[in-house]
Design a protein around this ligand. Structure first.
Ligand SMILES: NC(=O)c1ccc[n+]([C@@H]2O[C@H](COP(=O)([O-])OP(=O)(O)OC[C@H]3O[C@@H](n4cnc5c(N)ncnc54)[C@H](OP(=O)(O)O)[C@@H]3O)[C@@H](O)[C@H]2O)c1
Length: 265
């Protein structure tokens, strides 16, 4: 039997934040399509979700650095009319300082965190708008707002996801499509282990458990937040940041260069 909430398609569902979303959404009663490369882990998670929550859980093996596999996921979004929620989560972290990084690895960050994420978010938004129903959760990062203090390519990839979300949320808000960006800080997952790192040297007060992160993110989703920062207690700080950014708007595109450049003619 199909869930009345519909189906959630979650990328990067084999571990960490994505696997936790799969658990929490199944607990809410969503059926699941679980996407990642590791089919064995996905299969095990699907079996657990079916037996624990009595939902349907399907797996879709895809390497989102490969165009053909991105199109496979896109096709599932297009053809599976039960899908009502897309959790755009798959991503990879930096594997050392930018100054010494292998440019091929930087391309990989962009291919997965930007290329695949953009394609699938835009396609999902259009499909959901046609159906006048659906929601997209884009997993960005707090470093989207802290680029000078973090790995440039990774921070830029997440700033892309944040900007894309703000734009999609504005474009699709009257078309029945909810769009949210989640900006996690450090979250205890496999992300650093996968690139030979560890979270063990971080201040434990700065690292959130994946369960807490996803529960807070879903609470923000329920409240209709476009941008959710699970560790930010005083949301007016974010609103002040947006107000300061908006104050720049009248100055962003003008015929004449600014006086301070000394070009008055
Ligand atoms: N953990 C943090 O501190 C933190 C903070 C801010 C934002 N984030 C973001 O949160 C998201 C989830 O990361 P996580 O922390 O949960 O890390 P994680 O435990 O390493 O999980 C990453 C997931 O992405 C999948 N994935 C990686 N490469 C893939 C590829 N080429 N094709 C398809 N799937 C791929 C992995 O599955 P397979 O290996 O099976 O493919 C895995 O399911 C990422 O977008 C990350 O940037 C994490």
């Amino acid at each position: 039997m199909t869930s009345s909430l519909g189906t959630a398609l979650v990328t990067g569902a084999s571990s960490g934040i994505g696997a936790t979303y799969a658990d929490r959404l199944a607990r809410r009663g969503y059926d699941l399509v679980l996407v990642a490369r590791d089919a064995a882990r996905l299969g095990q998670l699907a079996e657990n979700l079916k037996s624990t929550y009595g939902v349907d859980a399907d797996i879709l093996r895809a390497d989102l650095s490969e165009r053909a596999d991105v199109l496979k996921v896109e096709n599932r979004l297009r053809t599976d009319e039960t899908i009502t929620l897309f959790v755009n989560n798959a991503g990879i972290g930096p594997n050392g300082p930018l100054l010494t990084a292998d440019p091929d690895y930087l391309d990989r960050i962009v291919d997965i965190n930007v290329g695949a994420a953009n394609r699938l978010a835009v396609v999902a938004a259009r499909i959901f708008a046609e159906r006048n129903k659906g929601a997209i959760v884009n997993i960005a990062s707090a470093v989207a707002l802290a680029a000078p203090f973090f790995h440039g390519t990774y921070a830029a990839s997440k700033a892309f996801v944040l900007a894309l979300t703000e734009s999609l949320a504005a474009d699709f808000k009257d078309k029945g499509v909810q769009v949210q960006a989640v900006l996690p800080g450090y979250t205890r997952t496999e992300i650093f282990d996968r690139v030979g790192g560890s979270m063990d040297n971080l201040d434990p007060e700065a690292v959130m458990d994946a369960g807490d992160l996803v529960d807070a993110a879903l609470a923000g989703f329920d409240q209709g937040e476009v941008v959710t920062m699970p560790s930010l207690s005083d949301y007016s700080l974010y609103e002040a940041f947006i107000a300061a950014r908006n104050a720049l708007r009248p100055n962003l595109s003008l015929r004449k260069p600014a006086v301070r450049y000394g070009l008055e003619r």
